[in-house]
Design a protein. Structure first.
Length: 175
């Protein structure tokens, strides 16, 4: 006894496609599952036992997929960005721009070309890359920001203290 089943849902309701299914009858041998709408070749089983084993494996696969989806949902819980993180990012951008203009107008940059390259690099990191990571809640931004704030005593210690608050750590995924 030959059993035709849908490879997608396992249903036995496999028929030749019709125009309503988007298949031109008579021009193709495309089969359509009436249960899920799958179009293509069905799986053919030689016995009822093989068919039931296929259905069991399908149900176990769906169960495993549901478990995996739940795990992903738990991992992907993203906390809302605290207002202080947004303020911190804008302070960092303002501070970097202010520092570059201060050194430019004081003439420090004119003394050495390497200083100019150094300040532009620091500007790009502290005014663009790091605030972007902080606003997006990236783990690396929390780490680099913490190191930079620890090195910039005394005002940086206030920012470092804020980064270690539980709700901020949770936003960065550092619980």
């Amino acid at each position: 006894m030959e059993i035709k089943a849908c490879p997608n849902c396992g249903s036995r309701k496999i028929f030749q496609g019709r125009m309503g299914d988007g298949v031109l009858t008579g021009y193709t041998s495309k089969d359509v599952c009436r249960n899920c709408g799958f179009q293509g070749m069905p799986i053919i089983f030689d016995s009822e036992v093989e068919y039931k084993n296929f259905l069991k494996s399908k149900s176990l696969g769906k169960l495993n997929n549901k478990v995996k989806e739940k795990k992903l949902e738990i991992k992907q819980i993203k906390h809302d960005r605290p207002l202080g993180v947004t303020i911190l990012a804008f302070i960092m951008i303002f501070e970097a721009i202010f520092t570059v203009f201060l050194y430019y107008f004081l003439g420090v940059v004119y003394t050495n070309a390497w200083l100019w390259i150094y300040y532009i690099t620091v500007f790009v990191i502290s005014a663009i890359i790091l605030p972007y990571g902080i606003l997006k809640g990236k783990s690396w931004a929390w780490t680099i920001g913490g190191i930079l704030f620890a090195l910039s005593i005394p005002i940086g210690l206030i920012f470092l203290y804020y980064l270690t608050r539980p709700h901020v750590k949770a936003y960065f995924g550092k619980s």
